[in-house]
Design a protein around this ligand. Structure first.
Ligand SMILES: *[C@@H]1O[C@H](CO)[C@@H](O)[C@H](O)[C@H]1NC(C)=O
Ligand SMILES: *[C@@H]1O[C@H](CO)[C@@H](O)[C@H](O)[C@H]1NC(C)=O
Ligand SMILES: *[C@@H]1O[C@H](CO)[C@@H](O)[C@H](O)[C@H]1NC(C)=O
Length: 425
């Protein structure tokens, strides 16, 4: 009698667990650490189709923090059975930059599409993943495989703690939705162009939402488990380091760097739970200074006043030394919030450097230290911009789309502001 009762209870609990699970399973895995397995169809069936898929993958990767500690990526690039398949094991890319670089080096190979075989290779990679963290499998194909991917698709879906998605970057009319359904087992896990939304935008939004939730999840666990933490994490933390070229005493140039900095700061939410700002100025090597560190000011007014007070004394130009000095701002003693805040460094310069350490190498150090790097140049003085050293500017900013001018500055502000937006009224 008692046994039957117990069984009934267990049964009820199991049913409850299933219901709860179904209700709380998010569309995308919510976790600060993720395995991301990309299965990329390179059989350029539509002209230029592979380039589109490749761009999808690199664009979406911007929402990840690729590295052995956060988002660990593996990738399979495939077409037909008799064509070379490229298998990139877990953690093949240690940073977003490395991922983009390796992905951009891939080329289309014609032939058939053998997604079944690719997914089988995927299952082998899955066996090597870190099972203690959730996994997102993203199959990028328009379908129309020569072999039926249903079998390995089912096995992938059945992996614990795993979400299988498919993304089609081609014309929605020519996509084989039924096959994508076989791969994912869930209609909501298929991303395609819808109306004017690109598959990229949809995926980015999903990923961003999941990552935002992961931040709030961390908050609750942090506040409940750490008794010393009195400051809740808001998810809007940003450590912003402004690096200003003060080698020129010419007013329009260095004052424009100050004005642009102020324009940025006045559009952000400043404070110990939001954006903290540090300023570094550089000129001659020995005259590179942290003018104020991340923890010096706690209000917007103070930061604006701090920027106002900056003065140029002129000298030679040592961009590398400026970036090197800015790297001191990864230290907690300077006010940095490692693991919590997004790190952004903006270098205001025309790109000409004639002294000190190699700017490109120092910029790489900064990227390795977790900084998103941007450059801002002032063009108004010379409308044709021949006075800019674009080569150095793009070497410092690294990823394309990270080099700005006074003319395009607002789009940089908008980009950086994203981090604070959830906390702004
Ligand atoms: C695809 O990209 C490669 C370089 O990344 C380029 O050489 C090629 O012309 C592009 N193909 C198409 C069809 O746009
Ligand atoms: C798996 O990930 C967890 C969480 O980051 C980590 O603590 C653990 O060391 C990892 N295991 C292996 C084998 O890498
Ligand atoms: C340098 O970049 C600026 C801004 O992107 C552009 O307007 C200018 O034409 C470029 N100059 C050269 C010499 O390529």
């Amino acid at each position: 009698m008692q046994q039957i009762y117990l069984l009934a209870t267990v049964g009820a609990l199991a049913a409850l667990a299933i219901v709860v699970h179904a209700q709380t399973t998010p569309l995308f895995p919510v976790a600060c650490e993720l395995n991301v397995l990309i299965v990329l169809d390179r059989s350029d069936s539509v002209k230029g189709g592979f380039n589109k898929s490749r761009k999808f993958v690199t664009d979406v990767s911007e929402e990840l923090q690729i590295g052995p500690e956060k988002h660990r990526v593996a990738m399979i690039v495939y077409s037909g059975l008799s064509y070379r398949r490229e298998v990139f094991p877990w953690n093949f890319a240690k940073s977003n930059e490395e991922f983009v670089q390796k992905t951009n080096a891939l080329r289309a190979i014609g032939g058939t599409t053998n997604t079944k075989k690719a997914l089988e290779v995927g299952l082998e990679l899955m066996a090597q993943r870190n099972v203690s963290i959730p996994t997102l499998v993203m199959v990028v194909t328009d379908g129309r495989s020569a072999d039926d991917p249903k079998g390995p698709g089912k096995l992938l879906q059945a992996q614990p703690n795993t979400w299988v998605f498919a993304a089609a970057t081609g014309d929605p009319e020519s996509v084989d939705t039924r096959e994508l359904m076989d791969i994912t087992g869930n209609i909501n896990h298929i991303v395609m162009h819808r109306g004017r939304d690109l598959a990229t935008d949809i995926t980015r939004r999903l990923l961003r939402e999941a990552q935002d939730k992961c931040r709030t999840t961390t908050t609750t666990t942090t506040t409940t488990t750490t008794t010393t933490t009195t400051n809740p994490i808001t998810g809007c933390e940003l450590d912003l380091v402004l690096v200003l070229d003060f080698s020129t005493t010419t007013d329009p140039v260095y004052n424009s760097y100050k004005d642009l900095s102020k324009r940025l700061v006045s559009q952000l939410k400043i404070g110990p739970h939001y954006t903290q700002v540090a300023a570094v100025t550089f000129a001659t090597v020995g005259r590179t200074r942290v003018r104020f560190n991340l923890k010096k000011y706690t209000t917007q007014e103070e930061v604006l006043r701090g920027i106002d007070k900056l003065q140029s004394k002129g000298g030679t130009t040592a961009i590398g030394a400026g970036i090197e000095k800015a790297l001191t701002q990864i230290d907690e003693s300077e006010g940095a919030r490692p693991g919590i805040a997004t790190k952004v460094m903006i270098v205001f310069t025309d790109g000409w450097s004639n002294k000190g350490p190699d700017p490109e190498k120092r910029a790489k150090d900064a990227v390795n230290a977790g900084f998103e790097m941007y450059t801002v140049a002032y063009t108004a003085r010379a409308p044709n911009s021949v006075t800019l050293n674009n080569e150095t500017l793009s070497a410092i900013s690294g990823s394309s789309g990270h080099a700005f001018t006074d003319v395009t500055f607002q789009s940089l502000v908008d980009k950086i502001k994203q981090r604070n937006l959830p906390c702004m009224p």
